[in-house]
Design a protein. Structure first.
Length: 281
């Protein structure tokens, strides 16, 4: 199983290896096709390189693979001494194989696209379009594995809206949802490209700040406060937020422990009068 996973990773990440493999596979099938003669059909085996190209590469490379597979079959068929009643037949068969390979590749492209869309939907919060807890956990585990190699400091922050319940009670849950969507935009505008933001549920959000330090955390906290004030949410709805941020030179083994520690810091912020940020290095 590990070998299969590693092989898939190589196919998806190593373009040069993948494309060399495609050409080698087509050549090998061609040699076998030629050696076994025209009585044995090897057309189905050409679907293997076509499948690899369609799933792991782009449409241009898939088209090249389809054409090479069809031409290789035609060459092997001719060299094997296959005689037809009409000279048009082998070219007709080649066109038929081109069509078959193309339809097969198109179906794989469609499946791949639908799978990507479904995966994205499963990893996104339906209201705010931020990462959900599932996606955030995947990102966390990835960063956990990379951190020792990169020797970087990361920070986990938990953010909870203050006074959000009164928004639902006063304006209704629909307006409360609008507030959450706006606040999610504030969070996205306040982080860098490589930082991670997610909605944990309700009015609770979490962030991971990569490659940072105490000064970077202070700057982020100020930037977030400024973005929040510019959004007008506080002026319109009377809400604010409390935040707790824990800085790590080594992330805990699981996300629950990291968020628990950040959650404790966040409640310290609330205990100090809310609308505060507590940072622990």
């Amino acid at each position: 199983m590990n070998f299969i996973i590693q092989f898939e990773n190589v196919l998806s990440k190593k373009a040069f290896f993948r494309r060399v493999l495609l050409f080698v596979m087509i050549a090998v099938w061609g040699v076998i096709d030629l050696a076994t003669g025209y009585e044995y059909s090897f057309a189905v085996f050409y679907l293997i390189p076509v499948s690899i190209a369609a799933w792991y590469d782009n449409k241009y490379m898939t088209t090249v693979t389809i054409v090479l597979s069809a031409l290789t079959w035609l060459y092997a068929d001719y060299e094997a001494g296959h005689h037809y009643s009409s000279s048009i037949i082998p070219f007709w068969n080649t066109c038929a194989r081109l069509g078959f390979f193309s339809i097969f590749a198109s179906l794989l492209f469609k499946i791949k696209k639908n799978l990507a869309e479904m995966t994205l939907m499963a990893m996104r919060d339906s209201l705010t379009s931020l990462n959900n807890t599932r996606a955030f956990n995947v990102e966390y585990q990835t960063l956990k594995r990379r951190q020792p190699k990169k020797d970087q400091t990361l920070a986990v922050g938990l953010i909870d809206l203050d006074g959000f319940k009164s928004v639902n009670d006063t304006y209704g849950h629909s307006k409360g949802d609008d507030v959450l969507v706006e606040f999610a935009q504030v969070l996205k505008q306040s982080v860098r490209m490589n930082d991670v933001v997610a909605r944990m549920g309700g009015d609770e959000f979490v962030v991971i700040l990569q490659d940072t330090n105490s000064q970077g955390i202070e700057e982020y906290a100020k930037r977030l406060r400024n973005q929040f004030l510019l959004s007008g949410l506080k002026q319109r709805y009377g809400i604010d937020f409390s935040m707790g941020i824990r800085i790590y030179t080594e992330l805990p083994d699981n996300l629950d422990e990291a968020t628990r520690q950040a959650d404790q810091l966040m409640y310290q912020s609330k205990a100090r009068g809310k609308s505060q940020t507590t940072i622990l290095a």
